[in-house]
Design a protein around this ligand. Structure first.
Ligand code: LIP
Length: 273
């Protein structure tokens, strides 16, 4: 199995590097975009070009593999998670950042086999940050191994958190409540605008936890492998096992920290994917 995963990873990594040029060549200058679910949920032609390139290259190399891509799902393709090798792709994670030229956007490519995340690639081509991980083989930033921090207490944790891209009033109420909790109980809050890069910061040990309600599988599939391979944990924000289709996630450097954050935050339950 490891040999096969290595082969899958090698093809995906080469395609991600190629697609990185599409993002870095267009990060500056005004970019046209289309609205999706609301006025802060955007998509650009670059999102679609990156996804088409990744899906085209991977399906040519591995015809029996399945795909769940953010923009193909947005265009109506049903994304079904089965036991088959399934590529879960966010072509530009942090599209709002990309549109504004804020240099924190990433290509996020995860692979599941038997519904288990086994490969994660998160690439910010603007800053030259290539985060990679394969199950059982460690986590890396630009080929240097990385590890989570050893922070165990909420009071000394730097937590990444997002306002999100939906205007749902109930979700937004939980966001504001949790922001107050984070500011009053933790060391600090950071918002990168990209779930994948937030998780990469946890894997790097630069942040100690990340949680969010409303994300999709493509935002977090790659980051889940990266955090776990860096020695961290990924669970449901209420404390149970992580469910990649639940649209809920809590990742942290240690289980102690994850459990303390879980006990302190306000929960929100989006409709599952
Ligand atoms: C974004 C996520 C971010 C979340 C936004 C949005 P996109 O992904 O990375 O964490 O808060 O709502 O989903 O839409 O830029 O690919």
């Amino acid at each position: 199995m490891t040999d096969k995963v290595d082969q899958y990873y090698d093809v995906a990594l080469s395609l991600v590097k190629t697609c990185g040029n599409l993002i870095s060549e267009h990060i500056n200058g005004c970019k046209s975009f289309v609205l999706k679910s609301c006025d802060i949920d955007l998509v650009t032609e670059i999102d679609k070009k990156v996804e088409d390139t990744l899906v085209g290259g991977l399906s040519k190399a591995f015809p029996d593999h399945k795909f769940i891509g953010e923009e193909s799902v947005a265009d109506g393709t049903k994304g079904e998670l089965t036991d088959s090798p399934t590529w879960i792709i966010d072509p530009v994670d942090g599209t709002m950042n990309f549109v504004h030229g804020f240099p924190h956007s990433s290509i996020s490519v995860g692979l599941t086999i038997n519904k288990e995340p086994v490969v994660g690639i998160i690439y910010n081509p603007i800053l030259g940050q290539m985060f990679t991980a394969k199950k059982g083989q460690g986590a890396f930033l630009n080929e240097t191994q990385i590890h989570v921090s050893q922070v165990k207490e909420f009071a000394t944790a730097l937590v990444t958190f997002e306002a999100g891209t939906s205007r749902d009033p109930e979700r937004f109420k939980a966001v504001l409540e949790n922001y107050k909790i984070l500011v009053s109980k933790g060391h600090g809050v950071r918002t990168l605008g990209s779930a994948a890069l937030n998780m990469a910061m946890v894997a790097l040990g630069g942040a100690d936890a990340y949680f969010e309600f409303g994300i999709h599988a493509w935002d977090v599939a790659a980051g889940t492998v990266l955090v776990r391979e860096a020695g961290g944990v990924v669970i449901d924000p209420a404390g149970g096992p992580f469910d990649i289709l639940s649209r809920r996630i809590l990742s942290a450097s240690t289980m102690e920290l994850a459990e303390e954050i879980s006990k302190n935050i306000v929960q929100f339950y989006p409709e599952r994917d």
